[in-house]
Each structure stands twice: as C-alpha cells, then as structure tokens.
Design a protein around this ligand. Structure first.
Ligand code: ATR
Length: 268
C-alpha cells in the first residue's frame, strides 16, 4: 500500500532475521503503518541496492551481517559512533535526501544492561572476541566507566589492532590475575563451531554475570559452560530488541515501548 512507510533489513543470509517482527510490533503500538521487509542482498549488489531503496521512497534500513562495514560507503553522513567503529546497523534519509549511517548496537547493549540491573560502572568487565560484535559495544561500555574493561581473543594479533583502534578508551588486554570478573561478555562465534571453553575459570564465580551477544540456540553452549560457575546469565535477545528500538527512534523520533515484545512465534 502506498501510504505505508517503507523500511527493511538487508543481510546475507537474512531468513533468520527477527527485525521485521520486532519493528512490526513497535509500529503497531505507535500507530504507524509500516511495510518492513527482509531483503537478501549480496555484497556485489549492496551499494546499488541501498541507493535505489532510498531513491524509490525507502524511509529506513537496518543492516546486518555481513554488510555492517561496507554499507558505510553508501552513506553521505556518518554519526560519531560510525566514524569510530567504521560500521553501521541503521540507515536513514534526511530532508535533503542525504543517507545517514548510525550504529545502535552499543546503545542497545547498555539499555538492556540497565533494564536488567546489570551494573557496569566500577565493575571489571571482560569481553571475549575481537570481531564486529565485540567492537560495536566497546565504546559504549567504556563510557560507563567500568573499573576495568578488558578484551581477550583467540588470535592475539586482533587484540593489538583493537587496542590501537580504541586507543582513546581505557581498553586493556586480558591478563590472568586473581581479580574476579564481574561481567563476562561473549562476543565470539565460538559456540557455533563446537563446544565453548575459555581459560579464565579461576576468575569466575557465583557473582559473575554472563552475557552472550548471541541468542537462542546460538547461545546454548556458552550458557552450558557458564552454568558451572553461576546462574546469572542473559542472552542477546534484550539487546536485539533494544538496538532495534534505537533504530526505530532514529527514524521516528520516538522510543517505542519494548516491554511487551513477543518473539515466541519466531524461529531462532
Ligand atoms: P562478528 O561480526 O560476529 O563479531 P567476526 O568478526 O567474524 O564476527 O568475529 C568472530 C569472533 O569470534 C572473533 O573474535 C573470533 O576469533 P578470531 O579473531 O581468533 O578468529 C571468535 N571466534 C570464532 N570462532 C572461535 C572459536 N572456535 N574459539 C574462539 N574464538 C572464536
């Protein structure tokens, strides 16, 4: 229908995306008529797709893997966070028909922590992984003033790159010590390729909070490992919904009600 607001999410693959269901619920509650579609876009078509989408009246796009880095090339204006990360998950168009790229993953993570009473300020935080998912939350966590913000990764060379990229934040490489970790964030895709284990057992305890940026089946192995230490575990569903809410806010200037989002009828 012509009066529907054209939105979508682009990725490759895209079948698994829950964004259409989440945004449909936001829009219904806000009384907006949207037409939010998943688009399977391959790398070679990326920039052309984005340009035509907006040229043909598209209002906003979410961007998921593997396009978070390369979609930035299609944008005319980059938010400060996108300048810093080199990656975006939200595209919109301003009144002058310029495409604006922003990133809401870090905001989504912090909002979900706040909703779940997960404290970051003055806590010792360790992020496992150095890829895009890890990077997307580092600046937002650093701004919350943790006592320590550490990163560990299977490949040590990527840790060095990360420390350089985020040199304006107090990010440290993880080193074994006797200090307990308050918040352990899994930003690796390790559990997808087998079992999960990480050599940090002596620094984990009942008080440690375990947070996996992935959700559903993809987080099961991480939590089965974590259950030997603590029952404080959260998967990335809350972050997924919150980052979508910030995207919605960037398009419609209103933060949707995220308290009753139902993803039960959606496959992982
Ligand atoms: P994403 O965008 O989801 O972060 P990515 O950029 O491919 O994806 O990063 C994947 C992360 O998971 C990396 O930190 C990767 O470690 P390497 O840098 O050593 O590749 C980590 N990872 C993937 N499989 C892993 C495994 N089996 N064990 C430990 N870490 C793993």
């Amino acid at each position: 229908m012509d009066n529907e607001i054209k939105l979508g999410v682009i990725g490759d693959p895209i079948d698994h995306s829950m964004s259409p269901y989440i945004h449909a619920q936001f829009a219904k509650a806000a009384g907006l008529k949207i037409n939010y579609k998943p688009f399977h876009v391959v790398e070679s078509d990326l920039n052309e797709f984005i340009e035509s989408f907006f040229a043909e009246g598209g209002y906003g796009l979410n961007v998921t893997l593997p396009h978070k880095l390369n979609c930035v090339r299609s944008a005319d204006i980059l938010s400060g966070e996108v300048e810093l990360l080199g990656a975006a998950n939200t595209l919109s168009k301003n009144n002058n028909n310029k495409i604006i790229a922003s990133s809401t993953d870090g905001l989504g993570f912090i909002k979900d922590c706040s909703d779940k009473n997960i404290e970051i300020s003055n806590k010792r935080v360790l992020i496992l992984g150095a890829g895009g998912a890890s990077q997307s939350i580092i600046p937002s966590i650093a701004r919350m003033n943790p006592a320590k913000l550490m990163v560990d990764n299977r490949s040590p060379d990527k840790i060095e790159q990360l420390l350089e990229k985020f040199s304006s934040f107090r990010l440290e490489p993880f080193q074994q010590s006797d200090e307990p970790i308050d918040l352990l964030i899994n930003a690796t895709s390790a559990a997808l390729s087998g079992s999960f284990d990480w050599n940090i057992h002596s620094q984990l305890n009942k008080q440690t909070i375990f947070y996996d940026l992935s959700y559903g089946k993809a987080s099961e192995k991480f939590f089965s490992w974590a259950s030997q230490f603590s029952r404080n575990g959260f998967d990335g569903t809350g972050m997924l919904i919150a980052q979508a809410a910030f995207s919605f806010q960037s398009w419609f200037d209103t933060f949707p009600d995220i308290s009753n989002i139902n993803l039960n009828n959606v496959n992982d």
